[in-house]
Design a protein around this ligand. Structure first.
Ligand code: FAD
Length: 488
């Protein structure tokens, strides 16, 4: 006879007047939400119990750091940018500042592979124009950006349409496409400008164009400097501004620490199967038993959230199922330093899809964080494969994928040395794609959510670690406000 699973209430005793919140999904989004819930409740003198359910044994989701043979290899993110406060603030609250690791100066050197060689993307606009990967015609076309027709007010458009209209086809293919690969492993022809690059949409809307916006912001900065005010440097053409920041033993330090803070309220290896309304509360059924919550936060990938919502909120589920994901593989490759002459110096490079090479790019981790990602006489490179425009390559058998990657590294960065170590990470659903209309669909989805259910995670309001942490805090506050309003 099938043994009845104990309800969680039978296993733990919670005072009757405490509100109970279930967070489902133990990636950075769920872990940070649980942490903010407890912190905010403490600040407000509220009594709550937060339980987090994660289907894998280990916390972290896409935060996967592996230590092997003297290498520290990131299977997912390798850090966050310090130009936004959210992750840094969380790290400070946790008292982990001494664990932070900032990238080396060398990481300011970023490259794009184009027409047979690597081009360094200089931060100065002038040298970018003189040395970038664009032809003279492509550069002249960019210079005409201020003449471009603006996007109709309030309308969403694809990144490709926007870039072609404002900057020209060559800039789209040789600059925007690899930049999009670097952040989203995405496809500019499907991606929403407003949802994926809100700042760019905002600059166009507020200033009538990008050149006009850059000039106006530059003038403002010069004036502010003259007034003796502190000026933050914004992004150059080589990518988003800010310094890449990680942890000495890898990003996993942060998610391990957050899970540790939850102690036995982190329920690893507990997949949630169903969610049912029960007397104005929610019954969460997981592989570990039953749990009754006043509020439930879904911090899992959107398709998994849709699966749980389908019986109780079919319209929301149907909209969530429409969010596509790009698959990716990360190939970590360890080399003897002596075999690399000279070793790569910089952040790494991206490859435009128009080059027809099945490689998104490569990151030179041992140059980004010298002394922290490999032994001093070794060097770690991570190659990124796949994305929305090449979904097949990440599914190749390991030996074929490895061989393929090495050939493409030889072709693009002239790397002929044999690696002495490799590690492969596959992500079937690596990064969600915000397609055109994403923000409008998200608003509709949320309007169909039953009371007490919230969504957070990288599928909604930003894929970067900073975005996930910011959204986690907003979601925690919204949840507490609702519980307060309900006065349950
Ligand atoms: C290769 C790669 C490189 C990246 N590089 C960077 C970078 O350098 N910088 C940056 O800022 N961002 C980067 N990102 C993006 C960033 O890492 C992610 O957006 C972020 O980590 C997502 O966190 P999350 O918690 O929202 O989702 P996830 O990490 O996907 O977590 C969701 C969790 O939900 C769990 N789950 C699913 N279903 C259930 C269920 N039924 N019951 C219980 N649990 C369930 C999953 O097991 C998972 O642990 C990268 C992403 C990838 C894939």
């Amino acid at each position: 006879m099938k043994q009845r699973l104990k309800t969680r209430e039978e296993k733990t005793i919670t005072p009757m007047d405490w509100k109970k919140i279930a967070v489902i999904g133990g990636g950075i989004s769920g872990l940070a939400t649980a942490w903010f819930l407890r912190e905010e409740a403490l600040k407000q003198g509220r009594r709550i119990q937060v339980d987090l359910f994660e289907k894998e044994a280990r916390p972290g989701g896409k935060f996967e750091t592996v230590e092997q043979e003297g290498y520290i290899i990131e299977g997912g993110p390798n850090g966050f940018l310090d130009n936004k406060p959210w992750t840094l603030d969380l790290v400070r609250f946790l008292g982990m500042e001494d664990r932070l690791l900032t990238s080396d100066q060398a990481a300011a050197r970023r490259f794009i592979y184009s027409r047979g060689r690597l081009h360094e993307l200089k931060p100065s606009i002038l040298s970018f124009f003189l040395n970038g990967p664009l032809s003279v015609a492509g550069r002249i076309r960019i210079a005409g950006e201020f003449l471009a027709t603006p996007t109709p007010k309030g309308e969403d458009t694809s990144l490709a349409e926007f870039a072609r209209r404002r900057l020209g086809s060559e800039a789209l293919e040789r600059l925007i496409d690899p930049m999009v690969s670097g952040i989203f492993a995405g496809d500019p022809s499907r991606m929403s400008l407003r949802a994926s690059f809100p700042r760019i949409a905002e600059l166009e809307e507020n200033f009538g164009g990008l050149t006009k916006a850059l000039l106006k912001l530059r003038r403002d900065r010069i004036r502010a400097k003259r007034r003796g005010e502190e000026v933050t440097v914004s992004s150059g053409p080589s990518g988003p501004g800010g310094v890449l920041t990680s942890f000495k033993s890898g990003v996993r330090e942060l998610t391990d620490r957050l899970a540790g803070e939850l102690d036995d309220r982190f329920h690893g290896k507990e997949q949630v199967f169903t969610l049912e309304g029960k007397d104005g509360r929610w019954r969460v059924v997981s592989s570990g038993g039953d749990y009754t919550a006043d509020s439930v936060i879904l911090a899992m990938p959107s398709d998994a959230a849709a699966g749980l919502l389908a019986p109780i909120a079919p319209e929301a589920a149907q909209l969530l199922f429409q969010i596509p994901y790009s698959p990716m593989a990360v190939v970590g490759l360890g080399y003897r330093l002596a075999d690399l002459a000279p070793p790569p110096h910089g952040f790494g490079y991206l490859i435009p899809s128009v080059e027809g090479i099945n490689l998104l790019g490569a990151l030179w981790d041992s140059a980004i964080f010298p002394g922290f990602r490999s032994d001093p006489d070794h060097f770690l490179i991570r190659a990124m494969v796949g994305g929305a425009q090449d979904p097949e390559t990440p599914t190749l058998p390991e030996d074929v994928l490895l061989d393929f990657t090495l050939k493409n590294l030889a072709r693009t960065m002239g790397l002929s040395a044999k690696p002495v170590f490799h590690a492969l990470f596959r992500w079937e659903k690596a990064i969600p794609l915000y397609t055109v209309g994403h923000l409008e669909r998200l608003e509709r989805t949320e309007s169909h959510l039953p009371p007490g259910i919230f969504l957070t995670g990288n599928a909604y309001r930003g894929v970067g670690i900073n975005d996930c942490v910011r959204d986690a805090r907003t979601t925690a506050i919204k949840t507490l406000d609702l519980l307060d309003g309900q006065r349950l």
